[in-house]
Design a binder for this molecule. Structure first.
Ligand SMILES: Nc1ncnc2c1ncn2[C@@H]1O[C@H](COP(=O)(O)OP(=O)(O)OP(=O)(O)O)[C@@H](O)[C@H]1O
Length: 293
């Protein structure tokens, strides 16, 4: 199995006085990396630098040990990018669009044909291969964009909110697809929606205000909250009171009973401690009123 490395070294990006990335460093080998952070954390800026659409002010990115600026053509031929916004030519058929992109990627005609047919089967779009993209639903367009990103079998796959706008079933399908396709690749999956990555991410890159706070596995992250998440039954009045000075990560009804998940409860002994999940950790890290990290 070939092993690729993508190394981000002390990246700094400023937009005027606003520092969007602040000395960000990490190294990735194959696997699925969830890039998490709230609005403005710097995810898109980082992705744009990784896709060479934007230059950093300081620092560099290395692919297999070489600065990507020194091997731009080779590096870009190994990168597949699925942007947040659809950028499909709607008057093209899916087949024509894949041919067009394959050409831009410098692929041979026969390779485009073989890979296109294989990819549309994998993402279950073979029935609409010859149909115009303008007739595609949102979910079909997302899958078409994934095909485009996967043409030329990239070693690095960068996905910016790949499940945005999909219904829960389609979100699960997209997660399954990404997990199936991840073998031997470095996959960066940027999202705000923790549940989209929880079942498939090998590691989490957590960005906050341009700084990389953590690069850890699920196990390492949830250990932050071991014995700190309590599930408790409450009545709606009590809930209103509790939520003013507690971090509540979830509210659900169990029949008539209102159940809440509290992180580091102020008043212990009213519920039971439960296993933390990534959602709890996300709230713990990003709850601005109770900054801990
Ligand atoms: N072109 C730009 N000009 C000026 N400031 C920018 C520009 N792009 C991003 N920024 C700023 O840089 C910071 C990081 O933004 P960025 O879009 O990278 O974050 P993000 O994590 O991708 O956010 P979102 O989840 O909302 O897409 C923010 O403060 C943002 O306002």
């Amino acid at each position: 199995m070939s092993e690729y490395t993508l190394e981000v070294c002390e990246l700094v990006k400023d937009y005027g006085d606003n520092r969007a990335l602040d000395h960000v460093s990490f190294t990735l080998t194959h696997g699925i990396y969830a890039l998490l952070g709230p609005n403005g954390a710097g995810k898109s800026t980082l992705i744009n630098i990784l896709c060479m659409l934007l230059d950093a002010n300081e620092g560099c990115v290395k692919f297999n040990g070489t600065d990507i600026k020194k091997c731009k053509k080779e590096y870009l031929s190994k990168v597949g990018y699925m942007p947040q916004q659809h950028c499909l030519y709607e008057d093209f058929t899916l087949q024509d669009y894949l041919y067009y992109i394959g050409n831009l990627k410098g692929m041979k005609k026969e390779a485009i044909r073989q890979q296109s047919e294989d990819l549309v089967r994998k993402v279950k779009l073979e029935d609409v291969f010859h149909k115009k993209l303008k007739g595609f639903s949102g979910g079909m367009k997302q899958r078409a964009m994934l095909c485009v990103a996967l043409l030329n079998d990239p070693s690095i796959l960068i996905l910016d909110e790949p499940s945005a706008g999909l219904d829960p079933l389609k979100r699960m399908e997209m997660q399954k697809l990404i997990a199936e396709l991840s073998k031997d690749k470095i996959i960066i999956f940027a999202t705000h929606v923790v549940s989209d990555v929880e079942s498939i991410a090998d590691e989490y890159l957590i960005l906050k205000k341009g700084k990389l706070l953590r690069k850890e596995t699920r196990k390492q992250l949830v250990s932050l909250l071991e014995h700190k998440v309590m599930e408790q039954e409450v009545d709606p009045l009590e809930y209103q009171k509790l939520k003013t000075n507690n971090k509540i990560s979830n509210v659900r009804y169990d029949g008539d009973k209102m159940m809440i998940r509290i992180i580091e409860p102020k008043d212990e002994g009213k519920g039971i401690y439960v296993s933390p999940n990534i959602n709890d950790v996300y709230l713990y890290i990003f709850d601005e009123e109770h900054v801990v990290l």
